[in-house]
Design a protein around this ligand. Sequence first.
Ligand code: TRP
Length: 367
Amino acid sequence: MSEIARQTERLPGAGRARVFSGVKPTGHLTLGNYLGAMRRWAVTDQHRSEALFCVVDLHALTVEHDPARVRRLSRQAATLLLAVGLDPALCTVFVQSHVDEHARLAYLMECTAGVGEMRRMVQYKEEREREKGKGARGEEEWGGGRLSLLTYPALMAADILAYGTHEVPVGEDQAQHLELTRNLAERFNRRYGRVFVVPRATHPPVAARVMDLQEPTSKMGKSRQVGTAGIVYLLDEPETVRRKVLRAVTDGADGVVYDRGERPGVANLLEVLAACTGVADPAELAGSYGSYGALKKDAAEAVVELLRPVRERHAELAADPGYVAAVLREGAERARGMARPRVDAAYGAVGLMAAEGEERGEGEARW
Ligand code: TRP
C-alpha cells in the first residue's frame, strides 16, 4: 500500500461518506441560505457523514470588493455556521484561505479545464453583466472583469476534489458548477490515473427554495433589482423580519391557493411557513387560510421563531471571538491534513517532481 493510501485510511471517519460545502462571504447570509442549505448541514449532514463546511473567502475576491467588508463578512459567516448548530466535535468548520491546498489544486484544475467550458457557466455570465453595469468605469479599469471570475469554477472544483468529497449539498443554482467539477475529476483521472473521487450534488427539497419576498420569481438574495426589502437576513431584528414578511408581494386574486407558476408570492409564503414548521407539503397549509393577512402573520411569526435561537447563539459567539478563532484554527489544521495527501498525489500524477526528501505519488493513487 502506498504511503498516500495509508495516510488516507488513517483519516478520522474514513469509510463514511464525505460531504463538503461552502458559503461565500459576499453578503449577509439569508433565510434562503439557511432553509436552502445550512439547516440541513446542521440537522443531517454533520451527523451521518464526515463533513467539512468552509467560508470560501477566496471566491469573494472575484468581483470588486472592499477588504474590510470581506474580512468582517468572513468572520460573521464562520460565526453563523456555528450559530446554526454546526458542532466542531462532529464536523470541520474552516476558512478557505487558511488552507493553501485549495489554491494549489485550483491551478491544476485550470490546467485541466478549457476556456470554452468556463465561459459557458451561467453564474459567470450573470455576474459579469452585473459587474459591467456597476458605475461608469473606464475600459482600462474594467478590463473585461476579473480573470478570477472566469476561473472561479476551477477553484470551486479544487475545494471539492481536494477532500475526496462524495456529496456536495448546495442550492439548485450550483448544479452546473457541480457538473463541471465531475467532468474535471473524470478527465483528470482518465489522463493521469485515479486521484479524485467523482462527487455529486445533493439538492434540498423544492420547498426549501426560498424566493425574494418582493420579487417571488427570483431566488432570495440573488435579486438586486428591488433592493433588500424582500430579503430576510439571518441577523435581522424580529421587528424587521415581521415588517418584511408582512409586506411580501402577493397578488390580487381571491383565496389562498398553492400555485407556484401562477401565484408565486403566495406559494413562497406557504413554502416558507411549511419549511419553518416542518410541514412537508405547502399545498396542505393553503386550506387553513381564508386570507393573505392571516397567512403572512403566521409566516412572519414562524420565521421569527426559527431565527430566534440562531440570533441568540450568534450573539453569544460574537462575544467570544477567541473561541471562534480557535475553532477555525483547529478546523484549518484538520482540513489541511485531509487535503494535503491528495493534492500532493495530484501534483505527482501530472509530472511535477517532488522536492528532495518529500514523498509524492506518481500516477495512480489507490484509495
Ligand atoms: N459557488 C458557491 C456559491 O456561489 C460557493 C462555493 C465555492 C461552494 N466553493 C464551493 C459551494 C464548494 C460548495 C462547494 O454559492
